[in-house]
Design a protein around this ligand. Structure first.
Ligand SMILES: [Zn+2]
Length: 109
């Protein structure tokens, strides 16, 4: 389960930014193509935050769709699929969103 390592990193980053304050809420943005399971992140977050200033913080996860730009006609395609084809028939697409895993917001006491 690679989510455990990812969540450890997230918790470490949040702790660093909180500068000793108690963290009330963390908002994560997880791209549909990131191969990260939100439920697994939630579970790992509880485990990793135990005994830290993040313990009991609300974890909000926003799943963001994938977005591709067609290299042939420059159309923008928003999708939850891994493999897509543009309306123009091209499969020459550039992924511009959907693989991210960001800490979007955090709220400290
Ligand atoms: Zn196209």
């Amino acid at each position: 389960m690679h989510e455990l390592g990812i969540t450890r990193n997230i918790v470490a980053i949040v702790i660093e930014h909180a500068k000793g304050s108690k963290v009330l809420r963390v908002v994560l943005e997880i791209g549909k193509l990131s191969a990260v399971m939100p439920d697994a992140i939630r579970f790992c977050f509880d485990v990793c935050s135990k005994g830290t200033q993040l313990e009991g913080a609300d974890l909000e996860i926003i799943e963001t769709p994938a977005c591709f730009i067609c290299r042939e006609c420059s159309s923008e395609i928003v999708t939850n699929e891994f493999f897509v084809q543009c309306d123009c028939g091209s499969t020459h697409l550039e992924c511009v969103a959907g693989q991210e895993l960001n800490i979007k917001e955090m709220e400290v006491a």
